[in-house]
Ligand binder design. Structure first.
Ligand code: HEM
Length: 327
């Protein structure tokens, strides 16, 4: 009898709380666009996230192992033209290049049949939050209060309530930002499926390993006020010859997370180098009017149900539409 009345009390409390629950509707794509603007201001005609960046061009050729293993158009073995873009996150086009934040690396492959294949990666192995709601909450909790500064206590409380925000924070705190865009390793982060030659969908994640090796900024460079060097360093590096990255695919085990981009897979998973991305020049405007929507995939690839990956397409489309129309 006693138990019963406790249950009734709980039921009446949750009914009373319903109007509040209805206020917290799931994150919508445009909420992110608004949140980026609150954090970084309104910059017309620019990407609403990853506003600062540089284009590059080059090509991709699959390795013989990639050709043999997968039945995917991008791994045909033919050399494909590629447009690249390196970037820093946030809507601020003046963000310093030594900021302790992820770096972005996006690529659009053009296939002989006219189709496109996109990847848009970060130089961190995990994302900031496990799902769109938590990512939006994190952006909102980081926004400046009325005094123009973020409320650090509120932000800390949010992170404590959402432990999935910790892995990225810990990674960024324990790794120096890259010396150059060419000396960073980039991660696809989400899970994808690639059709194998045996017809089976293979569960994979991937990373792009720099043939120049990984090199971070020194503490002096981190403290330097001159935060504008990444584009210049890329130009100078390319004057010595192409910059290359190995595309390395990791094969997932059944227990490896599919839909949580804050959970890394164990690093002992079997891998295959499926090809080489090559950059030959940078600094043109080849990528300015491209949308590197990571769900634009060529034949043989399938996206997972990761809700963060799903949310990216509509958010990128809004940003793309706005910047093309000068907003
Ligand atoms: C819900 C989560 C996310 C949202 C709302 C979001 C939003 C955005 C938006 C609005 C843009 C600008 C698009 C444009 O104007 O073309 C962008 C760019 C970018 N994002 Fe995301 N993003 C999310 C997650 C991620 C993740 C998980 C990664 C990496 C795995 C990532 C990597 C990038 C990169 C590299 C760019 C720059 C692309 C370019 O150079 O054009 N984002 N993001």
């Amino acid at each position: 009898m006693r138990k019963h009345s406790v249950f009734l009390l709980a039921a009446s409390v949750s009914i009373a709380a319903l109007p509040l629950a209805a206020d917290t509707k799931p994150a919508q794509p445009n909420d992110f666009i608004e949140a980026f603007a609150k954090l970084s201001g309104d910059h017309k005609g620019m990407r609403k996230n990853h506003a600062k960046g540089v284009c590059a061009v080059g090509d991709f050729t699959a390795s013989q192992e990639g050709v043999d293993h997968f039945d995917a158009d991008v791994f045909s073995g033919k050399t494909l033209p590629v447009v690249y873009r390196f970037s820093l996150p946030g809507g601020n086009p003046m963000i310093p290049d030594n900021a302790r934040a992820p770096r972005g690396f996006a690529a659009q492959f053009s296939l002989p049949n006219g189709s496109k294949h996109n990847i848009a990666t970060l130089n961190v192995p995990v994302f900031a939050a496990k799902d769109p709601d938590t990512f939006l909450g994190l952006l909102q909790a980081s926004a400046p209060a009325t005094d123009g500064k973020p409320d650090m206590a509120k932000l800390a409380a949010f992170k404590t309530a959402h432990p999935d925000t910790k892995p990225l924070e810990q990674w960024l705190g324990s790794h120096q930002p890259p010396y150059s865009y060419a000396t960073a390793e980039y991660f696809g982060i989400h899970t994808f499926y690639i059709r194998g030659k045996n017809g089976e969908q293979t569960k994979v994640r991937f990373q792009l390993k720099p043939q120049d090796g990984i090199k971070g900024l020194t503490d002096a460079e981190l403290a330097d006020k001159n935060g504008d060097f990444l584009s210049q360093r890329l130009t100078e590096r390319l004057q010595q010859g192409p910059v290359s990255f190995d595309w390395v695919v990791s094969f997932g085990q059944p227990e490896d997370s599919v839909n949580d981009p804050t959970q890394q897979w164990p690093d002992n998973r079997e891998t295959l180098t499926v090809g080489t991305l090559r950059l030959t020049s940078s600094g043109d405007d080849s990528c300015t009017k491209l949308n590197f929507d990571p769900n634009v995939l060529s034949l043989g690839f399938t996206a997972s149900d990761d809700p963060v990956l799903r949310m990216r397409s509509p958010a990128y489309a809004i940003s793309f539409g706005k910047r093309l129309s000068g907003q």
